[in-house]
Design a binder for this molecule. Structure first.
Ligand SMILES: Cc1ncc(C[n+]2csc(CCO)c2C)c(N)n1
Length: 201
């Protein structure tokens, strides 16, 4: 890749995300989900707008998956919106978290939570001239994982279990990075328990 040198070489991955529960009790749903999840293998900061987690890819997806299903298991309509990134130039602070092993701290609990979910994601393999090939290939691959895949303008839609969707998103993100993309960005919107899900999309 021609501009490999211009871009950062940090292998730290991250996600900046917000959870929006459609309920008067939103503070408890947000803070409850953040507290219930073991975040000791990621760097994490929460403010009034969003939360940022940084560390190894496995833990970024383990933690965001867990926070989403913990918020959604309340039964409230919950929306999640996040941006995943790896290879961001200058992203080195907190690299100490890369020394963690890949044992996921939340998987045992997360996998017991069933949560039908709708997702729209968009992949941005930056710094690669063949970016559309990368996107088409990854969308084909995610279809093998047991989630319904369809096309919408500017994104790909996934319908299925939250845990399967997160597995697919992690695969897309990891494979894009492994294919040599110097800076990979993926935006994700999720919706659970929406009254609009009943009777179609
Ligand atoms: C994951 C996540 N992190 C932070 C916020 C921002 N936020 C909005 S209300 C609230 C609780 C009371 O301060 C917080 C932290 C969010 N929505 N989702």
């Amino acid at each position: 890749m021609s501009n490999q040198q211009a871009c950062g070489t940090s292998q730290i991955a991250g996600c900046r995300f917000s959870v929006h529960p459609m309920t008067d009790d939103f503070v408890n749903v947000i803070l409850g989900a953040l507290e219930e999840v073991d975040t000791s293998k990621v760097w994490m900061e929460t403010d009034d707008v969003s939360t940022c987690v940084r560390g190894r890819i496995s833990h970024i997806f383990d933690v965001t998956n867990a926070i989403f299903v913990h918020a959604a298991k309340t039964g409230k309509h919950v929306a999640f919106s996040g941006t995943f990134s790896i290879g961001c130039p200058g992203d080195t602070e907190g690299d100490v978290y890369l020394a963690e092993d890949d044992v996921r701290l939340n998987e045992d609990v997360t996998k017991t939570i069933e949560q039908p979910t709708a997702c729209q994601f968009a992949l941005y393999p930056m710094g690669d001239g063949d970016y559309m090939d990368v996107i088409y290939h990854q969308v084909q691959e995610i279809a093998k994982l047991g989630v319904d895949v369809s096309s919408v303008h500017y994104a790909t839609r996934l319908d299925g279990e939250a845990n399967d969707i997160f597995k697919g998103l992690e695969q897309v993100f990891t494979k894009t990075k492994e294919s040599g993309c110097s800076h990979t960005v993926m935006t994700v919107s999720l919706s659970a328990n929406s009254p609009s899900h009943k009777g179609g999309k």
